[in-house]
Design a protein around this ligand. Structure first.
Ligand SMILES: [Zn+2]
Length: 506
């Protein structure tokens, strides 16, 4: 009896315990759904609808994927740095000509900038293409560091994929416009020298982007998604100091050190940081600090970036920087010259446009990377001692940014001040590896890049179809954009007479 009661009690307790465990799990499951939905940054966007026109652009891109992959590999192997993109420009421009576009080469005084146009009337949809490589990043399409040629350039920012995907978008849109007799103009902008933050700034100053209804662009990434983060405004200058040479031990009193000018400028800038807003970023390198310690250098040169959250702040910071340079020259009895290289605005993010892009990303889906692609990515991660997570295989949630400004700067910002501009990122490199790195170069010449470029083109072309067929999407973007610009007219950060830093064709 006693034992029977104990056993019954035990069974009842076990049951109660089991029920409470289940309840706890259930409640925490509900809570997790609740907290996910309660993420205040999350923006809910429904996938776009598949229409016959979108089916058409997708089939065209699939049918042309092999040729586009070859074009990608070609530009990847050219690996031409800023202002030297002669072969890359020609490859993209002639591809567009073959596909029925009218191409104007050498716009805004840059031989490697072009505009390819198809169609007529409104809307006028811009598409941005970039294709410059980075110095010193030469790399074979293998998962360990192996330069094709030591010290030569490589596509460490994936601009080969960038250029081809944008070109493919324009060509796919042309097909569907022709077939359906859609009114509108497609303008693909071949934008050189993004890595030096130069190309689009000169194109913007010279009116190349004027008259657009909106603009579509993307960038290779480690994620698949649409970011609403802005970028920093920036000025970049090179400063030359001129002094007087002398024997550094024999008659140093006769010398005036140009290097002292640079060093005191840098000391001044480092003291200045305390009195700038936390959003300011100043960085520099000394490019020429003299030849030998026993000669007082009569020439020295340094390169400075001044960045901040917006154009007004950069203008203010920059004015103070100029005073410091002038002060350093006075202290050292040297003279100096400030060479303005380039300047950009902060990017004006257009949420309405980005929502259209994201809805189409949900429709298209992420790149379907193969087990071989994932193995290649993991091998790179292993070689770089990064967690072997492979390539991102899903579309990231669409969220408001945690901060509204970015660390880096881009010349896409100039376009965003001239017309509502959308953004998109597609995975072309393994998660967690450094950017501007041989790892990105390696992936850029493999099927990883070929798959990413077709996905990027599908999302952008589907977005283009929406813009061409639903005028209200553009109206909404433009209404938001008018509010963001606050009626301010675009003013180029460049001096009116500054010429682009073009290089001769070799
Ligand atoms: Zn880039």
């Amino acid at each position: 009896m006693i034992w029977g009661t104990v056993r019954r009690k035990e069974t009842a307790m076990r049951k109660a315990f089991a029920i409470s465990v289940i309840l706890i799990f259930f409640v925490s499951f509900l809570y997790s759904i609740e907290t996910k939905e309660a993420d205040p940054l999350l923006i809910k966007v429904k996938p776009a609808k598949l229409t016959p026109m979108k089916t058409d652009v997708f089939s065209w891109l699939d049918a042309n994927a092999v040729e586009l992959g070859k074009l990608n590999d070609q530009i990847w192997s050219f690996a031409e740095v800023a202002m030297e993109e002669f072969q890359s420009t020609e490859a993209l421009a002639s591809y567009l000509e073959k596909n029925g576009f009218k191409v104007e080469r050498g716009v805004a005084g840059m031989p490697t900038a072009f505009v390819a146009v198809y169609g007529s009337g409104e809307p006028t949809i811009g598409i941005l293409a970039e294709y410059d490589a980075l110095p010193g990043l030469s790399q074979e399409a293998v998962p360990q560091k192996k330069p094709v040629q030591e010290g030569k350039p490589g596509h460490g920012c994936g601009h080969n994929v960038f250029g081809v995907a944008s070109t493919a978008t324009a060509a796919a849109l042309k097909q569907v416009m022709e077939k359906n007799r859609l009114k509108g103009t497609i303008k693909l902008f071949g934008c050189p020298a993004e890595e030096t933050v130069v190309g689009k700034v000169f194109m913007a100053r010279d009116g190349v982007f004027d008259g657009l209804s909106c603009c579509i662009q993307w960038h290779p990434d480690q994620e698949n998604g649409v970011s609403l983060e802005s970028s920093n405004a920036m000025n970049q200058i090179q400063v030359e100091f001129f002094g007087r040479a002398a024997h550094a031990a024999g008659d140093p009193w006769d010398g005036r050190s140009a290097l002292d000018g640079i060093e005191l400028t840098d000391v001044g800038l480092n003291f200045l940081r305390e009195h700038l807003k936390p959003t300011a970023r100043i960085h520099y390198v000394i490019q020429n600090g003299g030849g030998a310690p026993n000669v007082v250098p009569d020439y020295a040169r340094a390169w400075y970036y001044v960045r901040d959250i917006n154009r007004e702040s950069v203008d203010k910071d920059y004015e103070w920087v100029l005073k410091i340079i002038d002060g350093a020259a006075k202290m050292t009895e040297t003279t100096y010259k400030v060479n303005f290289i380039s300047g950009v605005h902060e990017t004006l993010v257009n949420r309405a446009g980005c929502e259209v892009v994201y809805s189409n990303f949900l429709l298209v889906g992420p790149p379907a990377f193969s087990p071989e692609d994932q193995a290649f990515a993991k091998e790179i991660q292993k070689n770089l001692s990064v967690e072997q997570k492979g390539l991102k295989a899903d579309v990231s949630p669409f969220k408001l940014p945690e901060r509204s400004w970015g660390g880096g700067s881009t010349d896409v910002a100039e376009v965003s001040w001239l017309t509502p501009t959308t953004a998109l990122g597609v995975a072309t490199a393994p998660i967690g590896v450094p950017w501007h790195h041989w790892a990105e170069v390696a992936c850029g010449g493999t099927p990883i890049a070929h798959k990413a470029l077709v996905i990027a083109a599908k999302v952008m072309a589907a977005t283009g179809v929406d813009f061409l067929t639903q005028p209200e999407t553009i109206q909404k973007m433009r209404a938001e954009w008018t509010g963001s610009t606050k009626g301010k007219e675009y003013k180029s950060p460049l001096p009116a007479d500054l010429k682009p830093p073009v290089k001769p064709k070799k």
